[in-house]
Design a binder for this molecule. Structure first.
Ligand code: FAD
Length: 406
């Protein structure tokens, strides 16, 4: 298999990516909490724990924010990969409702956090528009919307005339929902990590965790260069390519593609809602603060970086032919496209992540396999871990635990 690298191509965010000041690890360390991985998950976990007054150390083998987070198109949705009615068929209605409620709450909390911490990351609250597709057709969307409304979510059906007038989209219906947002994913992750650093968190890079030895009292991580980091608790936020010592096989890797156009007229669709479809593979569309259109999706189940890179031109063609059927307002010829890239994320059959104690490793927990909604689940993980480590009640441990049907 080709070497696993986080991204291929040039992402839209790379040009405006600031570095993050890190320290070199030159000796053994003792810390209260060790977070392995400085993507959006590690950043949110470090911020949440350091805000509780815990002593937090973060290590990453790459610069912070260079994993999947660097490729993220940052549609921030409470609507997870599996529609509520589909997830209910897979894991039961009661659990599916709890998962959706949790992701709804996490989106609310993420928006609150970014605002209250004053993170400068182009974070804008948006509506989202879910179009019918192969997973849920127009009738399925109506059932989905009813199920959501029953849980109190701000979703409603919009009909063809509304879709045509407001979006230039000719589909029988769609679900329009609130409580979504867009952001610059790297500014967001690094901004949150900076807040953790303000709370005293130390960030070391490049430092690779090679092995872990955990007992009831502490966990000791040994790095590639032989340093030992002893912690009361270790949180593994290693993204789609977890270390070999994390034996539990819970997730597969999905490859995905994205492209961003040059700035386009600001009135393409005035609400600038985040648009996606209930299909597999799906495509999604958002705008940026400077009027670019970001298109993504077309996922494939493999983790081959060379294949990802080679397929960028053919995926652009697929996006183009889909956009021609969906939104002719978007200019998407080769000369209109400024950036095209691919990346990977972890995924599970149900689309749910694993968040919890690693079996057989006391004092070690992991957050794994975030699917296409990684940012929302990273927020969920940070809340759950903060609750668990501060002795607060955490009602959703069973939903995402290792061995749960995720
Ligand atoms: C093209 C693309 C588009 C996407 N679009 C969206 C979207 O619109 N909305 C959304 O919510 N999500 C989206 N995602 C998914 C999202 O990006 C991921 O789910 C999320 O970034 C995962 O964050 P993370 O912190 O878990 O992982 P990562 O960002 O991958 O971070 C993990 C970090 O752990 C480090 N690490 C791994 N192993 C070790 C080790 N042994 N020692 C030290 N460090 C280690 C890595 O170097 C890495 O920096 C998209 C992903 C891609 C690729």
């Amino acid at each position: 298999m080709a070497k696993q690298e986080p991204t291929a191509g040039t992402t839209l965010w790379a040009a405006s990516q600031e570095g993050f000041p890190t320290e070199k690890l030159t000796k053994n360390l003792r810390t209260d909490i060790l977070v392995v991985g400085a993507g959006i998950a590690g950043s949110l976990v470090a911020e949440a724990l350091s805000a509780l007054g815990r002593e937090v150390t973060v290590i990453d083998r790459h610069p912070p924010g260079a994993g999947s987070t660097s490729a993220n198109t940052s549609l921030l949705l409470f609507e997870i990969d599996n529609p509520l009615v589909v997830l209910a068929d897979k894991i039961g209605k009661e659990k599916a409702s709890r998962v959706w409620k949790r992701s709804f709450k996490a989106m609310r909390n993420l928006t609150k956090k970014v605002k209250s911490l004053g993170i400068d990351c182009e974070y804008i609250e948006r509506q989202s528009l879910l179009l019918p597709g192969k997973v849920l057709g127009p009738a399925g969307l109506r059932r989905e919307c009813e199920a959501r409304v029953a849980l109190g979510f701000p979703s409603r059906i919009v009909e063809r005339d509304h879709l045509l007038a407001d979006f230039g989209i000719d589909r029988p219906n769609a679900i329009l929902s609130g409580n979504s947002a867009e952001s610059h994913p790297i500014k967001m992750a690094l901004g949150i990590l900076r807040k953790a650093a303000d709370n005293g968190t130390k960030v070391f890079s490049p430092v690779e965790a090679k092995s872990i030895d955990a007992n009831e009292k502490r966990a000791v991580v040994t790095t590639k260069h032989g340093h030992r980091i002893t912690a009361d608790f270790v949180v593994l936020c290693c993204g789609f390519d977890p270390p070999k010592f994390l034996q539990a096989k819970q997730h597969e890797v999905v490859s995905t593609w994205a492209a961003a156009t040059k700035p386009q007229p600001q009135n393409l669709w005035p609400s600038r809602a985040l648009i996606w479809e209930a299909s597999d593979p799906y495509i999604y569309v958002r705008t940026t603060i400077d009027g670019r259109v970001v298109v993504g999706g077309e996922d494939e189940d493999h983790n081959d970086n060379e294949r990802r890179a080679k397929r960028i031109p053919s995926k652009i063609k697929r996006f183009r032919s889909k956009l021609k059927l969906l939104m002719t307002r978007i200019a998407f010829e080769n000369e209109d496209i400024d950036y095209a890239w691919s990346g990977a994320f972890g995924a599970s059959e149900t689309g749910l992540p694993t968040i919890g104690n690693v079996p057989g490793m006391p004092r070690v927990c992991a957050v794994l396999g975030f699917g296409g909604n990684g940012t929302t689940y990273a927020q969920v993980a940070s809340e759950m871990i903060a609750n668990a480590l501060s002795g607060r009640a955490e009602p959703d441990i069973d939903l995402f635990a290792f061995g749960a049907r995720n």
